[in-house]
Ligand binder design. Structure first.
Ligand SMILES: [Fe+2]
Length: 375
């Protein structure tokens, strides 16, 4: 069953990423790099993942298979153009490279893509704002996510902030996609519970928003539906009870939710979440968790049909309940945002590109009502 009113609307289905799943599949990395004929590797990671010892494991895997790794771990939570330039300089000073391996959360994935743009096509990351701006081929890359959340490893886009203007740039190109993604659930247990909760709820929001957005199609809905099913089954026990046997469901669910975005778009919860992150530094997944129920409530009023087939139950109640069980904030006031801030937030949210794909059109007044409903 499909929640689309017109499932034959035009869309492009363009999968290309090889995905290797399963406990311990990190051990496949040398074989994958053999296939790529890659011996000199740029390894992009972040300090938290390095501190957890995961970067060392990957580096050992590379050196044990006779490979040379150039390590760049200065990745921050919201990578900036400065970080991308720094990583590119580190890579260039190491000489020629054959491939990039990214290990970490969405920031490491995005940084690896950003560095790949500059290494192979030159210029500044600002030059790639938009889609399809890279003229030359790019280095083959391998993505190894260590959190279940953004699904960036499934996407052609890197989200990079301009260090001067603070504009969040979406830099995309089909060539920037990872050649292979390793989904190893053994790697995602070390993150703090609050990080797992926020990242996991963000993945749930990706499934929900992509399923009903105006760019949804039968393929994106297939990904979103399966993502929601896996996350519904795995996320709560993974975060709340530490049940490691549900990590695989959670990791694959987040990946498929990312693939659903790649094949469609997002919607109003992300449009309203982004200004909270910009103005208050709210963690993305937390901002999304505060806003998602209000947006779903709005959409259910006028586009209930689009949700058909996603969840066999009361979706809105489940989303609120899941948020509470994961220990995530339930209101804007929990984030320190009061009613006086709603006007400016609404203006910023109405300008978000992602909001244009929400099934219910959202202008400044609608955004204001969404924030007010979330106070
Ligand atoms: Fe998100």
């Amino acid at each position: 069953m499909c929640g689309l009113t017109d499932p034959l609307s035009a869309f492009i289905f363009d999968p290309s990423i090889r995905v290797v799943c399963g406990s311990g599949c990190l051990s496949e990395l040398p074989t994958i790099l053999d296939d790529l004929n890659a011996s000199r590797i740029l390894l992009v990671s972040d300090p938290g993942v390095a501190a957890a010892g995961i970067t060392d494991r990957v580096q050992s895997s590379l050196s044990d298979s006779g490979r040379e790794a150039v390590l760049f771990t200065d990745v921050s939570e919201n990578p900036t153009s400065d970080i991308i330039e720094k990583g590119t300089e580190a890579a260039r000073s190491a000489g020629s490279l054959d491939a990039i391996v990214a290990v970490g959360g969405g920031s490491a994935m995005d940084s690896a893509k950003g560095i790949n743009f500059l290494l192979t096509n030159g210029g500044r990351i600002q030059d790639y704002y938009g889609f399809g701006k890279a003229e030359s081929s790019m280095l083959p890359s391998v993505g190894i996510p260590t959190t279940a959340g953004t699904g960036s490893e499934a996407q052609s886009y890197a989200l990079i902030s301009d260090a001067e203007t603070h504009v969040k740039m979406v830099c995309g190109d089909r060539k920037a996609r990872f050649h292979t993604v390793l989904l190893d659930p053994d790697l995602i247990g070390s993150a703090p519970q609050s990080v797992k909760a926020a990242a996991g709820y963000d993945a749930v929001a990706h499934a929900v928003e992509s399923y009903v957005c105006t760019k949804a199609n039968p393929v994106s809905q297939m990904y979103a539906r399966e993502a929601f099913t896996l996350l519904e089954r795995g996320l709560e026990p993974f975060v709340c009870d530490g049940k490691e046997n549900t990590a695989g469901d959670t990791l694959l669910g987040a990946h498929l939710a990312g693939a659903a975005i790649e094949a469609s778009m997002l919607g109003g919860a992300h449009a309203c979440a982004n200004p909270l992150t910009t103005a208050y530094g709210t963690v993305h997944g937390v901002a999304v968790s505060v806003m998602l129920p209000a947006v779903v409530d709005l959409n259910l009023n006028s586009h209930r049909d689009r949700y058909v087939g996603l969840y066999d139950g009361d979706l809105l109640t489940r989303l609120r309940d899941l948020r509470s069980r994961l220990g995530l904030p339930g209101s804007l006031r929990d984030l320190g945002v009061d009613a006086g801030a709603v006007g400016d937030l609404a203006k910023a949210a109405a300008e978000q590109w992602t909001g244009t794909f929400n099934p219910t059109p959202i202008d400044v007044d609608v955004c204001r009502s969404l924030y007010e409903a979330s106070l």
